[in-house]
Design a binder for this molecule. Structure first.
Ligand code: ARG
Length: 545
């Protein structure tokens, strides 16, 4: 089922020759949708816009969908959907377990690289954002019928393991007993010593070589650090109620054996060249080359990312790869994608996108810190929200606050504001959903309620609610394409608002007969869409609050 506005748009385009770019009407008296197509055609056709608008209205047959379209002002065309059409669509949403979410015509294999914390370190507030945002993409892209392969690219390799292992051996710690908190503290001690103690720094560097050369004692400690970290990450994922599991782990070390292969391929094809002892790829538009192999023979973050792209395309058969990290890594990914294209690892028909997000700020407008002034860990953030509300409400608050602004923007973590049940918050939407459930429970308590069909849309508030319901599928489809969750948030907020107005103006339980059935149908359809929509954001929708 394609949505009502897209059906409208297709028919108008057939007559006008260009996309009518339908917009929601700015005022109810203008109908439901508006188009400026005639104004845009006026230049090329050399005719007054109103004349073109009248021609389009005369030629296009929309009688099964709309009232007769009206030409307004300088040449806008206003469309008002027929009530019976809106009622039919609302009834479909009521009966459809997917609430009008339709599958894409061309299902894809989509790799989403998200969360990706670093071993032996606490997840911090940035990891909170990538985990919540990536999880939302996972849910939405799956819901519209794609095959999603999450990839948790944890930082489980690199030179930091030299100092970590050396510190563990010095302190005589049994790494298998460490918690993630303790590893984090150990990491800080090791890093401080590395900075201050040249003898330790030398040993740590030597340890990197021994460890990466396959020394069993070192590898054993490394594995233990990974295991304790994974347990800590999983605790956070449970607390956040996200979809990630151990099956999605594909850390940096996954690609170790591929790195020399990548180097060989890039050298043989001439894509990479030696520059000052380092193996580099120069791509246009970047001030510095991408370093594939450092002059000391080591590989860095970028080489691993190239190797990962190569496998995601070749072995996972990705049609689209999405990376969710903080916005500061935008340049890194732009360059990695350019090099991967040049190397043939990323063919033109595979889409690669970096979705960057802004910082989490405190109410003082500075990067969020905990009360004792240290950089905030993910769990301290959750703790702060849970001081204000129950865990379920606190989590809804955090996720919604994270997703409801443009992702690129920094957002202010104001625990007190975001748990409020009024205003544009996650808990407000949870309440709106619970209120729909309550009305339906009350109706059942009175008699054996008929919920739907939705037939009577006499009141403007009923029409607005039905129209809003009918837009859901399209909002989800757009989110799958443009990866902008705030638009779904805005939509759900509008739906909750339309429902409130409807509920104030149209008695449900006190009405009778077909009107009552229809209004109960609107309540149930609203409940379904709110629940489905919240779930796509990763937010639970309890039936009672
Ligand atoms: N571990 C990195 C960090 O914490 C994020 C990794 C993102 N994914 C990637 N393929 N580079 O910033």
């Amino acid at each position: 089922m394609s949505s009502l506005p897209s059906q409208l748009a297709a028919r108008i385009e057939a007559v006008a020759g260009i996309d009518p770019e339908l917009r929601a009407a700015t005022k109810p008296q203008f109908g439901h949708y508006q188009s400026n197509v005639a104004l845009r055609l006026a230049k090329s056709e050399g005719k007054p816009p109103r004349e073109i608008a009248q021609r389009i209205v005369a030629e296009v047959d929309l009688s099964d969908l709309c009232e007769t379209p009206e030409v307004a002002g300088p040449g806008f065309i206003n469309f008002r959907l027929r009530n019976d059409v809106l009622a039919g669509t609302a009834t479909q949403i009521l009966e459809d377990p997917r609430s009008g979410v339709t599958s894409t015509e061309h299902p894809q294999t989509v790799v989403i690289d998200y969360s990706s914390p670093n071993v032996a370190k606490q997840m911090h507030v940035g990891h909170l954002r990538t985990t919540i945002i990536g999880d939302c993409f996972n849910r939405v892209l799956s819901a519209v019928g794609n095959m999603v392969i999450p990839q948790n690219h944890i930082g489980d390799w690199g030179t930091q393991f030299g100092m970590l292992i050396e510190e563990i051996l010095d302190e005589g710690i049994d790494a298998s007993t460490l918690t993630l908190d303790e590893s984090d503290a150990l990491y800080k001690r090791a890093a401080a010593r590395f900075r201050e103690d040249p003898e330790f720094a030398t040993r740590a560097r030597a340890r990197v070589v021994v460890f990466q050369g396959g020394d069993e004692e070192s590898l054993e400690i490394w594995r233990q650090l990974i295991d304790t970290s994974k347990a800590g990450f999983n605790e956070a994922y449970d607390r956040l109620n996200v979809l990630l599991t151990d099956a999605d782990l594909a850390g940096e070390s996954t690609y170790n054996d591929d790195l020399p292969v990548v180097v060989r391929e890039l050298e043989e094809s001439g894509v990479a060249v030696i520059d000052n002892g380092a193996l580099c790829v120069f791509v246009e538009g970047f001030s510095a080359p991408l370093i594939i192999r450092k002059s000391d023979g080591g590989y860095g973050y970028a080489t691993t990312d190239l190797a990962a792209i190569r496998r995601r395309v070749r072995d996972l058969h990705a049609d689209r790869i999405i990376y969710v990290t903080d916005a500061r890594q935008a340049g890194h990914f732009a360059q990695v994608f350019a090099v991967a294209r040049k190397a043939g690892y990323l063919p033109d028909n595979v889409q690669a996108e970096h979705v960057g997000y802004g910082m989490v700020l405190g109410t003082d407008g500075k990067p969020f810190k905990t009360r004792d002034g240290s950089a905030a860990s993910l769990s301290s953030l959750l703790d702060a929200a849970e001081e204000e509300a129950s865990p379920a409400v606190a989590l809804a608050a955090i996720k919604y606050a994270d997703l409801s602004n443009g992702l690129q923007k920094d957002y202010v973590f104001d625990a007190n504001r975001m748990v409020q049940t009024t205003g544009d918050t996650g808990p407000y939407l949870q309440y709106a959903h619970a209120r729909c459930c309550q009305v339906l429970r009350n109706a059942e308590a009175i008699d054996d309620a008929h919920v739907g069909p939705i037939t009577v849309l006499a009141e403007p508030a009923e029409q607005t609610l039905a129209l809003t319901l009918s837009r859901f599928g399209e909002v989800v489809a757009n989110l799958a394409a443009d990866l902008q969750p705030h638009k779904l948030c805005t939509y759900l907020f509008e739906l909750a608002t339309a429902y409130s107005t409807f509920y104030e103006q149209c008695p449900v339980l006190k009405s009778e007969g077909a009107v009552r059935d229809s209004r109960l149908g609107l309540c149930a359809a609203t409940r379904n869409v709110l629940r489905t929509g919240l779930n796509l954001l990763g937010i639970e929708a309890p039936e009672r609050m």
